[in-house]
Design a protein around this ligand. Structure first.
Ligand code: SF4
Ligand code: SF4
Length: 362
């Protein structure tokens, strides 16, 4: 049986506030029956608070409306993400005053509060669930949808699998992907790869060879993406293992909640090529689409990807001179990875259905 998803489209018929996305978001939340479910509960609203000069994460107007909705229905909520202290969310408009509730690091102030669940899938041996996520009664997975170099796309799954865990789990997940390959013949020693690394994980040896310290490397692929000569590539023969690892991590986090106590909201605005962790915003790849939400993460992710269409590509969203692949989803043409593989892996571990019906919010 198909899962229902709510869709608040960006398209509007008249010049009225009621026709705009924040107003539709309010109506979507009322239609979801989420209010009854958060009553009396501690609610973790997991989002990506971005970094640096980025301005494409979920706008505080939507965050505040969600917080108010939860509070009006008797829930006690907090916004949470990892590396909150380093990411300085206040510089992008997220403060307790603007959003209406605390903004907390999901692994605690020192990043050391977590619960370990043992799993066993190749290099993935532990899913260290962020302590504040684990301790909450209810989680709203509030995700900005965009491209992602490592995952192909970033949405509800990435917000959990990479965002509700510790560095150790992120490293174990990325280790499923295979390593970085460097071609000395192509390298012009511009050092852009070194400058792009936020984790002090790469360097050139005294002999001039590119070296990656995999203990620090999160496999974010920033170095790969900025290299002007394609001297760095990914040994991606294990890509499907990585996607399965992401699905296992997602399920492990979700399973800590009682059935029905996780809700998914994907915001499809400012859909850029790269993840918000880059700390910058490039132009949108496609026009804004709206907001998609529901109880089934697989259906919500599937519906989100289906709405991002190659025929709507805005050329300026792609770096000048970059040639896209010739087939597949827009994100596959951009990052070389079929995003529907991830959705299929989520379905394989029992998280939902790729069949969905849409209830459109007018
Ligand atoms: S970005 Fe590419 S070309 Fe530049 S130093 Fe790094 S590997 Fe070499
Ligand atoms: S993949 Fe990311 S963390 Fe690893 S060396 Fe490259 S830029 Fe640094």
């Amino acid at each position: 049986m198909p899962s229902n998803v709510f869709f608040a489209p960006i398209a509007y018929a008249r010049y009225e506030e009621s026709q705009t996305l924040p107003a539709k978001f309010d109506r979507m939340l009322e239609a979801s029956e989420l209010g009854e479910r958060v009553n009396g509960k501690t609610v973790a609203i997991k989002m990506h608070v971005g970094g640096g000069s980025g301005y494409s994460t979920i706008h505080p107007v939507f965050v505040r409306r969600l917080v108010q909705f939860v509070q009006n229905h008797g829930g006690r909520c907090f916004i949470t993400d990892h590396y909150v202290n380093d990411r300085r969310p206040a510089s992008r408009g997220y403060t307790e005053e603007t959003v209406g509730c605390p903004i907390l690091d999901d692994c605690g102030y020192f990043g050391k509060y977590f619960y370990t669940k043992n799993v066993d899938f190749r290099t993935l041996k532990h899913v260290d669930i962020a302590g504040l996520i684990h301790d909450a009664d209810f989680m709203i997975d509030f995700s900005h949808v965009k491209g992602h170099g490592a995952c192909g796309y970033g949405g509800a799954c990435k917000n959990i699998a990479m965002g509700c865990v510790t560095d150790r789990t992120r490293h174990q997940l990325h280790a499923l992907e295979g390593g970085l390959l460097w071609d000395k013949e192509k390298c012009i020693r511009c050092d852009m790869c070194i400058e792009s690394c936020n984790h002090h994980a790469n360097s050139f040896t005294a002999e001039g060879n590119y070296k990656v310290f995999y203990h620090n490397c999160t496999n974010c692929q920033h170095c790969l993406k900025v290299c002007p000569t394609n001297a760095i590539t990914l040994d991606s023969h294990n890509y499907e293992d990585f996607q399965r690892g992401m699905a296992i991590a997602t399920k492990t986090v979700i399973d800590t909640f009682a059935p029905g106590n996780v809700y998914y909201i994907n915001v499809l605005t400012s859909i850029t090529a790269l993840c918000d962790c880059w700390g910058m915003t490039t132009p949108s790849l496609v026009p804004d689409i709206g907001i998609i939400a529901g109880d089934d993460i697989v259906a919500v992710e599937s519906a989100s990807l289906d709405q991002i269409k190659i025929e709507n590509l805005i050329p300026v969203g792609v770096p000048e001179g970059m040639e896209l692949g010739e087939s597949g989803h827009l994100f596959e043409r951009l990052h070389g990875k079929d995003p529907y593989i991830q959705v299929g892996k989520l379905a394989e571990v029992g998280l939902g259905s790729q069949d969905y019906t849409i209830t459109e919010i007018k």
